[in-house]
Design a protein around this ligand. Structure first.
Ligand SMILES: Cc1cc2nc3c(=O)[nH]c(=O)nc-3n(C[C@H](O)[C@H](O)[C@H](O)COP(=O)(O)O)c2cc1C
Length: 276
């Protein structure tokens, strides 16, 4: 008869019952999330090493996306000339940050996600997704993303789709139809977050920016009109001033979370690790 494992289990349950006090849980991701902050100035003399850049790209590439469409591209700008051109499209102090940071990742979100459907279907088939799902993927992508190539016709079609969904919605659950830009942006931002968290783990500082002129950034980097630009991320080493700056606060748990229904108070369990 195998040795009883009960004592360990009892100890664990006791620890959980005790509000998880003393229960050690891994928290590398939380550590990276807490280490990240919006860095407002960079040390221009310290580069991002190629191996670090590779990890940033791997992390962004691992991000989830709806139906695995991955509707984004990222232009990595590190040359002095490239950043100078980009800086002219940035607003206010963001221009200076782009000049200082050794790397700027410009995310572009695909407004014509349907153009990726065949490739996405092939990826799904390659991992053994059911044939019925694979064959329906182009339809799902077009339904959710509204990202088809129809020129001005896409807007009447979009309105017609919304009307049809509103009618169908009386009878059954229907998806919310995003505009192509909303859909592409929501699917690009997880990649932005992955990149920033990986940077934080490497001790690199980042600054996500929406303060830019999209037309000028597009022109500076030759980004096609098929893409909109959700976010520009400066990456590098924090200047001493930025590293010492106070960190932004966060709302309390009860202002962010609810239990079961919206607005119902949620009581956070005790943290199983010392608060940072
Ligand atoms: C989508 C997005 C756009 C942002 N745009 C800018 C920006 O243009 N310029 C800037 O200085 N900070 C920008 N920020 C940084 C926020 O101001 C910052 O994340 C927020 O104040 C919280 O501070 P923390 O990131 O240091 O915790 C942006 C952040 C996000 C997520």
């Amino acid at each position: 008869m195998p040795a009883p494992r009960l004592p360990a289990l009892v100890l664990m349950l006791a620890a959980v019952g005790d509000g998880a006090a003393g229960l050690a849980l891994p928290h590398a991701v939380l550590d990276a999330a807490r280490a990240r902050y919006a860095c407002k100035s960079f040390d221009p003399s310290r580069p991002v090493e190629p191996a670090q850049l590779r990890l940033l790209a791997d992390a962004a590439r691992a991000a989830p996306s709806s139906f695995n469409v991955q509707p984004w591209r990222c232009v990595l700008v590190s040359s002095v000339e490239g950043r100078a051109a980009l800086a002219r499209g940035m607003l206010g102090a963001n221009g200076q940050r782009v000049l200082e940071a050794p790397l700027v990742a410009v995310f572009a979100a695909d407004l014509r996600a349907c153009g990726r459907a065949a490739r996405v279907a092939a990826l799904a088939a390659a991992v053994g997704a059911p044939a019925a799902f694979v064959s329906r993927l182009p339809f799902y992508v077009s339904l959710f993303s509204s990202g088809y190539r129809l020129g001005l016709l896409k807007w009447p079609l979009f309105v017609a789709k919304r009307l049809a969904m509103a009618l169908l919605g009386v009878l059954r659950a229907v998806p919310k139809l995003s505009t192509p830009e909303t859909w592409a942006f929501k699917n690009a931002m997880p990649a932005v977050t992955h990149l920033m968290l990986q940077a934080a783990e490497l001790g690199l500082a980042t600054l996500p920016m929406e303060g830019f002129d999209e037309g000028r950034v597009r022109a500076a980097l030759a980004i096609p009109r098929r893409y909109a630009i959700p976010c520009v991320v400066a990456v590098g080493h924090a200047s001493e001033r930025a590293a010492a700056a106070p960190r932004a606060g966060r709302f309390e748990f009860d202002e962010l979370f609810a239990a079961e229904t919206f607005g119902a108070p949620w009581v956070p369990p005790p943290a199983p690790l010392p608060a940072a």
